[in-house]
Design a protein around this ligand. Structure first.
Ligand SMILES: O=c1ccn([C@@H]2O[C@H](COP(=O)(O)O)[C@@H](O)[C@H]2O)c(=O)[nH]1
Length: 237
């Protein structure tokens, strides 16, 4: 399936940033058939959440393992080889050349897709400068996207603010996955490069990652449904 063929409903990825498997399963049950794609990150993975990958896959859901790996190339390669047997659809690594090369080797011919995290959406120019980077946000995102493409990475994680520029660089060959999504009026939290769901899709994002605005809502299903309606409207579906 090319990115353009993804159904509107399947473009929402709900981040299960929850403290336990029980808490995650409660949200999954409340969301029911509305949501088809879930993200498991540090919080849940280190709270016993990895077996949820297979359980969700058995229920026909897709899983994005957001482990943001970064190590020497050989260790990344071996780790990704193990992760490729868990049944996840996406796995993140940081967009450093040795790391990306190791990840592509590790996923081999498996169905796991590797996403490279370009610049975290909680970072702005000042944060990059404080971390010792010489390039600004857009320059670094674009440089990393070019390296990722050459190394055979399957997709990129960035803010939707960079989606338009990334499309021009990578065309439709790579998945563009964007956190930093905030429905109008919702709290920004620690995110700095944000967009509404509709604007993110219009900017060229394939998938939107949404955590707190859904999992901390009084009615998570109502928020997820509203985001999916906004996605469908932006796609003209
Ligand atoms: O650049 C990045 C990469 C990953 N994330 C992850 O996405 C979700 C966003 O959650 P919200 O609650 O909607 O802010 C979270 O799991 C992050 O680890 C990101 O935000 N930015």
């Amino acid at each position: 399936m090319t990115p353009a063929e993804i159904a509107p409903k399947d473009r929402l990825i709900v981040a299960l940033d929850l403290p336990s498997v029980d808490a995650a399963e409660a949200i999954i049950n409340r969301l029911g058939d509305s949501v088809t794609f879930y993200k498991i990150g540090y919080r849940l993975a280190y709270a016993g959440g990895l077996p949820l990958v297979g359980k969700l896959a058995d229920k026909g859901k897709k899983v994005f393992l957001d482990l943001k790996l970064h190590d020497i190339g050989n260790t990344v390669m071996q780790g990704v080889e193990s992760i490729s047997r868990l049944g996840a659809t996406f796995l993140t690594v940081h967009a450093y050349p040795q790391t990306m090369k190791g990840a592509v080797e590790g996923r081999g011919n498996s169905s796991l897709k590797i996403l490279a995290v370009t610049v975290l959406t909680s970072y702005n120019e000042d944060d990059l400068h404080a971390a010792g980077y010489r390039l600004g946000v857009s320059e670094l995102v674009e440089a990393r996207a070019q390296q990722a493409q050459v190394l055979g990475i399957d997709g990129l994680v960035s803010s939707p603010e960079e989606a338009g520029a990334l499309r021009k660089i990578v065309g439709h060959q790579m998945h563009l996955v964007t956190p930093g999504i905030r429905p109008a009026g919702s709290a920004t939290g620690d995110q700095k490069r944000i967009m509404t769901p509709g604007r993110a899709i219009a900017a060229g994002a394939d998938y939107l990652v949404v955590g707190r605005p859904i999992v901390e809502a009084a009615d998570p299903k109502a928020v997820a449904d509203a985001i999916q309606a906004e996605i469908a409207q932006a796609l003209g579906a």
